[in-house]
Design a protein around this ligand. Structure first.
Ligand SMILES: Cc1cc2nc3c(=O)[nH]c(=O)nc-3n(C[C@H](O)[C@H](O)[C@H](O)COP(=O)(O)OP(=O)(O)OC[C@H]3O[C@@H](n4cnc5c(N)ncnc54)[C@H](O)[C@@H]3O)c2cc1C
Length: 616
């Protein structure tokens, strides 16, 4: 990687003592399923601030369609859900962790129901469970047909708002509780630029974040514990199902703060998004193929029958790869989804029917043009079974994290589940930072030691944050100075850099990768980074491009390093999975090559992991 990626600790120059100061016990960056669930858990032991860079509606969570996977059918078992998760993960799932997540699922979903979440049920009130690719049973809980995520988001926003004291977007010296805690402040349009540490040394604890709000400007938010729940990275690619906010900020800021990222090569592509000029790449849920839709080539032939015994319901990566191959065989002509024979389409999939209508399409009469798109970031910030990163005071949950649940590929509808489970775990465990940073949680880490096996998790007993809560007009606990000399290189067309990067990522790090394409894109990214990362920007559009470049460089490097095909990572030049790559690849600032970490097996760790929430 170009040295420029390792040079900057912060995106902007600042002096902490000159900025407004806000104090809290737990800072949560992200207001999707993981961040909101973490807020409910951490409000039990202190004051909380939750940030979202947009509003609290536009999250990947709110856009989720299919549902949440969990065991509710009496014929289904935790063992079966666990085994399906392992199969999808193609050898890289950390087994004790996956067992714990699927076991915790039913309890956390019942809890959502108790908070008012609606789900689709039959006339007798029984859950109508869907089935998606890779699942051996019907186990997908859904709401309003294809609007599950919006219902999950609504339920959690309502729950968090019931604990909320202030939604003004911050402002130093704002109101708040203190002492015993339990209050939540929710700041929307508040962009986290960087995690703050007292110095630049390895092991320096995270003490909150520097943020930017359009009304309040730059602010220092000091926290005893910081949970990154900032979602995915879909905007790295030209074609994506993700909302505009998914710009990989969390991975980039964690990398700058010294945290380890893992398995970055693994990005899941969804096979079917609406492909019309001028339309956003709306997801056409797998449930539609589950309901019997066919994929047709340009001649009207159902080509998936020639590819896999499960035809359209083959694993997502197989379907995505088959579509790309088919498009290339027919010289760029597209493929389409045929739903014309599905009875009651509009009733079962009202959201998608409404989107189609906007473009004059009727699923009962017309073929729907579809194309694969980047959907889910499998890699991310490496955590242990408690959501701890290897930087003291920093936790990660949801899509931004790499917990080991998904391995080399995500089983459909396992990510909302992961967000719920790790939201609760991180929100609970981070209480350990309150008593001067001592880690008090019980249970074992993924390797049974309380660390995640790739480094010592320090104990920042010298944390200078006062335990007395927050209040007006307090000085910065430690002076942090970021000195960056303004670049003398010329002006920049940011929109052009962003769109060039997204196109290059789609072409070279997309569904079909080769060593040659990856090494040329690494050079391209380094070149763009040299004259983009040296700049100082004053609004999110510039910071997002800097974050995208950083994570793109890591993703392409990880894909180049992994000279095999596994899960959702397809290397045309190395088509076979190799035992030498049955490891997690870990990436850290100031290192050119990854460290590797063995995959955790149940055989090696026969004692089941116990979710700390049950012990708290
Ligand atoms: C179209 C679509 C359909 C999907 N369908 C399903 C499904 O059916 N089932 C399933 O399990 N999964 C599904 N997924 C995946 C799933 O929705 C996500 O993985 C999951 O919701 C991620 O939750 P999260 O809490 O980690 O992040 P998100 O829900 O994306 O929330 C991220 C939050 O972080 C905030 N943020 C980001 N950067 C910053 C910053 N710099 N400063 C401040 N705030 C920041 C954002 O504003 C947002 O509030 C789908 C995804 C998409 C896009």
């Amino acid at each position: 990687m170009d040295p420029i990626f390792h040079q900057r600790r912060y995106l902007i120059p600042f002096r902490s003592s000159l900025l407004p100061q806000i104090f809290t016990d737990t800072l949560i960056i992200g207001g999707g399923v993981a961040g909101l669930r973490a807020a409910v858990a951490s409000a039990k032991h202190g004051d909380v601030i939750v940030l979202a860079k947009g509003d609290f509606k536009n999250t990947n969570t709110a856009w989720a369609q299919g549902g949440i996977a969990s065991v509710f059918d009496e014929r289904d078992t935790i063992q079966s859900h666990y085994e399906d998760t392992l199969t999808a993960g193609a050898g890289l799932v950390d087994e004790p962790l996956a067992e714990m997540v699927v076991r915790e699922g039913p309890r956390l979903i019942e809890e959502l129901f108790s908070w008012g979440m609606r789900a689709d049920r039959d006339a007798s009130g029984k859950l109508m469970l869907g089935r998606e690719g890779g699942h051996a049973h019907h186990r997908i809980i859904h709401a309003d047909g294809d609007a599950t995520g919006a219902e999950v988001q609504r339920t959690l926003v309502d729950k968090v708002r019931s604990l909320t004291t202030d939604t003004s977007g911050g402002g130093a010296g704002g109101t708040g509780g203190g002492g015993g805690g339990g209050t939540v402040r929710v700041f929307d349009k508040c962009f986290a630029l960087d995690l703050i540490t007292p110095n630049d040394q390895p092991g320096a604890p995270v003490m909150g974040a520097i943020t930017h709000h359009p009304k309040h400007g730059l602010q220092m938010i000091w926290a005893k514990a910081t949970i990154l729940a900032s979602g995915g990275a879909g905007q790295l690619f030209r074609e994506t199902t993700n909302p505009p906010q998914a710009t990989a900020d969390g991975c980039a800021m964690a990398f700058r703060a010294g945290a380890t990222l893992a398995d970055m090569a693994f990005t899941q592509f969804h096979p079917t998004t609406l492909y019309l000029a001028g339309a956003s790449r709306s997801l056409i849920t797998e449930a539609i193929r589950g309901a019997g839709a066919y994929l047709l080539d340009a001649r009207g032939h159902r080509f998936m029958l020639d590819v896999h015994p499960l035809a359209e319901l083959a694993p997502r990566d197989i379907v995505s790869q088959a579509i790309v191959r088919q498009i290339s065989r027919q010289s760029g002509e597209g493929v389409s989804l045929d739903c014309r024979h599905i009875v009651g389409f509009e009733k079962s999939f009202p959201g998608i029917a409404a989107i189609l209508k906007k473009f004059g399409l009727d699923a009962g009469k017309d073929l729907i043009p579809v194309h694969p798109a980047m959907h889910y970031m499998v890699g991310g910030i490496r955590t242990d079974a408690f959501g701890r990163t290897d930087v003291p005071g920093l936790y990660a949950a949801g899509e931004v994290a790499s917990t080991g649940l998904h391995g080399a590929n995500r089983l459909a509808s396992n990510s909302l589940l992961e967000g719920l489970v790790f939201g609760e775990i991180t929100g609970t465990v981070c209480a350990e930072m309150k008593s001067n940073g001592s880690r008090t949680a019980t249970g074992s880490g993924t390797n049974g030691t309380g660390t995640n096996g790739h480094g010592h998790i320090g104990n920042p007993t010298s944390s200078p944050i006062s335990p007395s809560g927050f209040g007006p007009a307090r000085p910065a606990p430690v002076p942090i100075v970021s000195d960056i000399r303004p670049s003398d290189l010329g002006e920049l067309d940011l929109t052009d850099v962003r769109s060039s990067l997204r196109s290059a990522m789609w072409k070279n790090v997309g569904i079909e990768r080769t060593g040659q394409k990856l090494s040329s894109v690494c050079e391209m990214i380094d070149f763009w980074a040299r004259y983009t990362l040296d700049k100082i920007f004053d609004d999110p559009s510039g910071w997002e491009v800097q974050n995208l470049l950083t994570v793109a460089a890591l993703l392409a490097r990880s894909a180049a390093w992994r000279e095999e095909s596994r899960g959702c990572h397809l290397r045309l030049d190395c088509p076979t999975p190799l035992d030498t790559f049955l490891v997690h690849d870990l990436w850290q600032r100031s290192r050119q090559q990854p460290i590797t970490e063995p995959v955790q097996t149940i055989q090696a760790h026969p004692r089941p992991l116990t979710a700390p929430v049950l012990l708290a």
